[in-house]
Write a protein that binds this ligand. Sequence first.
Ligand code: GLA
Length: 381
Amino acid sequence: MQAQTHLNDCFKGAYGQSAELTSYAPGRVNLIGDHTDYNDGFVLPAAINFGTSILASKRTDRLVKVIAIDINNEQLSFDLDDVSFDDSALWSNYIRGSLIELMSAGEDIQGANLLISGNVPQGAGLSSSASFEIAILKTFADLYQLSLSGIDAAKMGQGAENNFVGCNCGIMDQLISALGKKSHAMLLDCRTLTYNYAKIPTDMTIMVVNSNVKRELVASEYNTRREQCEQVAKFFNKSALRDVTLSQLEASKSDIEDQLYRRARHVISENERTIHALTALNDNDMPTLSRLMAQSHASLKDDFEVTVPELDILVEILSAVLGNRGGTRMTGGGFGGCVVALMPKALVEQANNAVLEQYQVRTNIKPDVYICTAEQGAFTA
Ligand code: GLA
C-alpha cells in the first residue's frame, strides 16, 4: 500500500483540498468452509493484513469522483442519480453497485471525492472485491453519519455482487471484511448471520501462498456450482443444502446424478468439518485441524472440482513439511488463487523454503508467500 502522506498529497493535488477521512477494509482468508456460505452453511475465515484504503471528502452535488491509484491513476466520475454498469472500468462497478444498494436501503447520501489504494492481490481469492465494497460503504457511512451495522454493510456488499456485478456469491467475504477481529478467526453461521470468534493460537502463523494461476471463468463456474447445489436442495424439498444430512444424501444416492451427488457431498461434509474445526482451533488441536483441512482440500478437488493442479501441488509441498503439526488447503472460490496454511511459527522458514524450492520447478510459475495476521474488520466495534 502507498504511504499515507503520499496518498494525502495525491488527494490534495487532484481535488484541491485535503481528504476529510480515510477508511479501510481488509481482505480475508478462509481457514475452512468453502462453497458453504451460499448453502446457508458455516465458514471459518479471518480478516487479514491486506486491504483497501479510501481517502474521501463530501461533495454538495450528486457526483462521485474516483481516482484509482493502483490502476494507473485511472479517474472517472458518475452521477448518483444515473448509475449504470461500466464495461470500460470494471473495477468501478463495485463502487456503483455498493452505492445503489445503499441508496435502495433509503440512506441519504450526496456525492464524494474519492482516492482508492489497495494491496489485496487481485484475482487471488483473498476478496479484494469484498474489501473494496466494504471500504466504500464504510466511507459513505462515515462521511454522511449513517448508522450502518457491519451486517447491513455485508448484505449491501453482497447485494452489489449479486444484483449489479453478476456474481452470485455468498456473504462470507463481505461479512468478515466488515466484522473481523484482531488475532481471531470467525465461525459464521451464514443462515442466521450469528458468529463466534476463535483465537488463533499465539504460537501459530497463517501463511498464504499465491499459486499465481489467475482465476478464469470464475463467475460462470461459480454460478454453476451454486445452481447445482440448489438443484440438490430442491430434490430434497429443502431451501438449502444446510438442511440435508449425509445419511439422507447417501440414502438417495441412486436417484441423484453422480456429479450433483458429489457437489452436495462436498457441501454437507464441509459444514461438518467447519464446525468441528472451530472446536479444534479453540483446543489448539493441530492434528485434528490438519486432518480436517486435508479432507476439505480433497473434497474441493474431487467432489466440488474447483482446485487446479497448481493448488494441489502447493498443498502437497506444504503438507509434506507440516505433517500433523499444521494444516493446509486451497482457500476461497478456487479455480486458481491461493492456498492457506496454519502452522507453528517454528515451521514458517522451512515451509517457505520448500515452496520456493519446489513450486516453480514443478509448475514454471513463481509463487508469492504472504505471512498473514488476523485483523479487525471495517465495522468492528
Ligand atoms: C468466493 C465467494 C464467497 C464464497 C467463496 C467460497 O470467495 O465470494 O461467497 O462462496 O468463494 O467459499
